[in-house]
Structure formats: C-alpha cells, structure tokens
Design a binder for this molecule. Structure first.
Ligand code: ZN
Length: 123
C-alpha cells in the first residue's frame, strides 16, 4: 500500500521572506520600559478633552501607556508624567478616577483578594 501524498505545493506570490512576528511595543510613561502594547494600559485624552482609561486601546484621541503596576500609576500621576504625555492638565476628579482604577489593579494582581475583615477572635 502506498500513501499518496498530495503534492500540491502552496505557491505564494511575492513571498517577502520570513519576518519575526511584529509585536507593537509601547513605553510606559512612568518607568519608561518598553512592553508589548497589550501588556500596557492605554489612557486616552479624548477629543472632548477628558482623560479616560481605554482598555480596548481603540479610542480616538491622544494616548499614553502605563504598566499594570500600581507603582507606575502612582508615579505617573504624582509626577505629572501622564498629564505631560497626554499634553493636558489633569482635573482633580480625573486623578481621583485614575487612582481608583490603579488601586483596582493592585488588588487584582495580588491574588489575595476578598480579605474580609472577620470578627476578631476573642479569647
Ligand atoms: Zn511602568
């Protein structure tokens, strides 16, 4: 018995050689480390002038990227690095919102969530 191998070679027009897969990289505005775009969180200044977190990375406007580390967010907010990257001025409520978001990052990456304050054990 002979296994008939299909000899239909795929002919591709214009094979431009093999490139390594291009992963778009972005720089965290706080620690300035380059990471894959998907590993970073985009913050966008919308055309209306408000600053929003953009998990989809697709919103219109000027974007800046931050790691998902609380430390980077704190640094970026404290040092105004994020505001500068977005070429805007942060409103207090915007800062508040971003801090709140960052705090959520910290707990979710920690794994140790839902540490419900139980009743103190009495002797
Ligand atoms: Zn960073």
């Amino acid at each position: 018995m002979k296994a008939a191998t299909p000899a239909s070679g795929r002919a591709r027009a214009g094979g431009a050689g093999h490139r390594p897969k291009h992963v778009p990289q972005r720089m965290c505005v706080a620690c300035r480390e380059r990471e894959a775009k998907r590993a970073l969180i985009r913050v966008v200044r919308t055309p209306e002038g408000s600053v929003e977190i953009d998990p989809s990375g697709k919103r219109n406007g000027r974007g800046a990227y931050l790691c998902d580390r609380l430390g980077c967010w704190e640094r970026a907010l404290k040092s105004d690095a994020l505001a500068r990257a977005l070429n805007t001025t942060m409103m207090p409520e915007t800062l508040e919102r971003l801090r709140h978001y960052a705090a959520g990052l910290a707990t979710s990456s920690d794994g140790e969530a839902q540490a419900t304050a139980a009743e103190p054990t009495k002797g």
